[in-house]
Write a protein that binds this ligand. Structure first.
Ligand SMILES: [Ca+2]
Ligand SMILES: [Ca+2]
Ligand SMILES: [Ca+2]
Length: 150
């Protein structure tokens, strides 16, 4: 299954509510997030448990996409994608339209050169937030979610 070039990290979850696991891949060289949606009826043969459609590529604002986190960041019930951009000072958020396709990437400021990230409700208000480790900035950025009011 092809992805954008230089895939670094991947994660899996059901992005389109069909109970089949989909994949999201962060690509460094290709500067994109690749989304592969599982197709129903893929069978259970070895190494081909699920058949995937052609991946969709979401350009990463011209920066290498390194790490991913999935969470329902806008509170609409579908998982969204947050990805760090190496050698930048932003994190990108792709909002799931509910069917596993995504709108234009939104960006938010971080420390210098964000790398690893995790999603979690760090301020205990019920909405998922994002914490990022900034590689050359030697810092941790905590982005509190104000878009989601559960
Ligand atoms: Ca799915
Ligand atoms: Ca969502
Ligand atoms: Ca929160």
């Amino acid at each position: 299954m092809p992805t954008a070039s230089g895939p670094e990290q991947l994660t899996s979850a059901d992005l389109n509510h069909d109970c089949l696991p989909d994949f999201v891949v962060a690509a460094n060289l290709g500067k994109a997030v690749s989304v592969l949606l599982a197709k129903a009826g893929g069978g259970y043969e070895p190494a081909a448990k699920y058949d995937f459609g052609m991946p969709k590529f979401y350009p990463a604002e011209g920066f290498a996409s390194s790490y991913l986190a999935l969470a329902d960041l806008d509170g609409d019930g579908s998982l969204d994608v947050a990805s760090t951009k190496r050698l930048s000072d932003i994190v990108g958020v792709l909002r799931n339209k509910g069917n596993g396709s995504f709108g234009p990437e939104l960006t938010y400021p971080t420390g210098t050169d964000p790398y690893g990230l995790i999603a979690g409700d760090f301020d205990l208000d019920g909405a998922p937030d994002i914490a990022l480790a900034a590689y050359t900035g030697n810092s941790l950025t905590l982005l509190s979610n104000v878009a989601c009011s559960p």
